[in-house]
Design a protein around this ligand. Structure first.
Ligand code: ATP
Ligand code: MG
Length: 431
């Protein structure tokens, strides 16, 4: 993509309404545009990141055996009356009437709908287990929408729902999602700590929130230092071992009875990016989802639900990865891999080298944003640092005359001069 024609409205000034760094940077980098409190348009650069996060989440869900479907955003109130949640959900639910005065709602979550779908088709234990998920916009009329996409009213969520014959099966489904979540966040370059959450009706250890560690997190978490080691990039997560480690939110943490010795206990701020939850037969019973067992008996499937805040993750990644100059994208979710800066657009030699690099990188399927604008070097550098692409290739008249360009790593700031051929080899490698 050429920056001279790209819709990338970057801002120099820090928008006054943004209280946290990810919100500020998303506005300044031209990623989102606010339409109403907690409701955003995703501009081209932001949408590229959102799609990458979505794709990564999808890959790990598929790898774990979950199957994607797509349920609508609008739901009939009738479904929610069946489960008893229509009244219970309260003011967070956006309620709508259609032209025939039928009560509808913008879905805040999909337990009822997926249960009703399952009920329409599945009659035998032989058709279990199944895990169905979708990635769809949700609406929750939050009391205090804030922090940009971190606590929006309309937001993108991946929500999966598992159906099993018995509690042991439900535990397997739960642990498969637990592992998929660890891998998903690990691939995004994030440390996610699974913290025990409110378990609702059932209790036990089958409700956990995944907290990304970042200074601006809304909650405080306490955890065993071993988590960092065992979930770091490249480590193969050992679910059984990880499940034994201590991690608790502030409200649940009792310093007097903490099993972790002080030298191994870590505390940090966390952002909840995912929640996995086993709730047993709550919906199968209330909505009468019954399957026939091996002896002809009636079974209410054991269910769980598993959410990931896809749009929240875009902000969470920025909270965990930025500096004074702007965003630092981990490569797997970066909007482009490379920013190519022509320091003297209009100069025949610089243009020739840059145009050639741009064409060759594009042909090699390396995603590249080419700053070919007729601008001074200062604003070009500032914009490129702000939008945080992992690599920058900088070409100026001096270097070009000597047959070299500069390759800069956005995270480390490391720069090295090299030939166009070497740059090509470095950027195409591992693409
Ligand atoms: P929170 O405590 O932050 O309100 P929740 O418990 O209501 O979250 P879930 O119902 O478990 O959230 O939803 C699954 C995931 O969706 C959460 O882990 C979070 O990442 C994301 N999410 C929830 N509410 C919002 C929101 N208002 N804006 C963006 N993402 C959200
Ligand atoms: Mg909530």
């Amino acid at each position: 993509m050429r920056l001279s024609v790209y819709f990338l409205p970057t801002l120099k000034e820090t928008p006054a309404e943004a209280q946290i760094v990810s919100h500020r940077l998303m506005l300044r980098a031209g990623m989102i545009h606010q339409e109403a409190a907690g409701i955003y348009s995703w501009l081209p650069l932001g949408l590229r990141v959102l799609r990458k996060v979505e794709r990564l989440v999808r890959e790990e869900q598929d790898a774990a055996g979950a199957q994607e479907l797509l349920m609508p955003t609008i739901q009939p109130a009738e479904l929610w009356r069946e489960s008893g949640r229509y009244d219970a959900y309260g003011k967070e639910m956006l309620r709508i009437r259609d032209r025939h005065d039928r009560e509808m709602l913008f879905g805040p979550t999909n337990e009822e709908m997926v249960t009703a779908i399952f009920r329409s088709y599945v009659k035998s234990y032989r058709d279990l287990p199944r895990n169905l998920y979708h990635i769809q916009w949700k609406f929750r009329d939050e009391v205090r929408p804030r922090f940009g996409v971190m606590r929006g009213r309309e937001f993108l969520m991946k929500d999966a729902y598992s159906f099993d014959v018995d509690p042991e099966g439900a535990r397997r489904s739960y642990e498969a999602m637990y592992l998929a979540y660890l891998k998903t966040f690990q691939r995004m370059g994030l440390t996610a700590v699974p913290v025990k959450a409110e378990s609702g009706a059932i209790g036990g250890d089958m409700s956990q929130e995944f907290q990304i560690l970042a200074e601006t997190g809304e909650s405080t978490v306490f955890y065993d230092a071993a988590f960092e080691e065992m979930t770091k990039d490249g480590a193969q997560p050992d679910v059984a071992a990880l499940r034994k480690l201590y991690a608790a939110a502030e409200e649940k943490h009792d310093p007097a009875n903490c099993p972790v010795p002080p030298d191994r206990l870590r505390t940090a701020k966390g952002i909840e990016v995912g929640h996995i939850f086993y709730f047993g037969t709550k919906y199968s019973k209330s909505m009468n989802l019954v399957v026939t067992g091996p002896k002809g008996e009636e079974i209410f499937p054991e269910m769980g639900s598993y959410g990931i805040g896809v749009s929240r993750l875009v902000g969470a990644v920025i909270e965990a990865s930025h500096d004074e100059a702007g965003i630092i994208w981990p490569e797997p979710v970066a909007p482009f891999k490379v920013g190519l800066i022509n320091l003297k657009s209009g100069d025949a030699k610089c243009d020739a080298v840059c145009d050639d690099l741009y064409a060759r990188l594009s042909a090699a399927k390396v995603e590249v944003l080419y700053d070919d604008r007729d601008l001074r070097a200062g604003p070009k550098f500032a914009d490129m640092d702000l939008i945080g692409l992992p690599w920058q290739v900088i070409a100026g008249p001096k270097g070009v005359a000597a047959g070299v360009v500069e390759l800069k790593n956005r995270r480390t700031g490391e720069r090295s001069e090299m030939s166009v051929e070497s740059v090509m080899a470095r950027l195409v490698e591992g693409n």
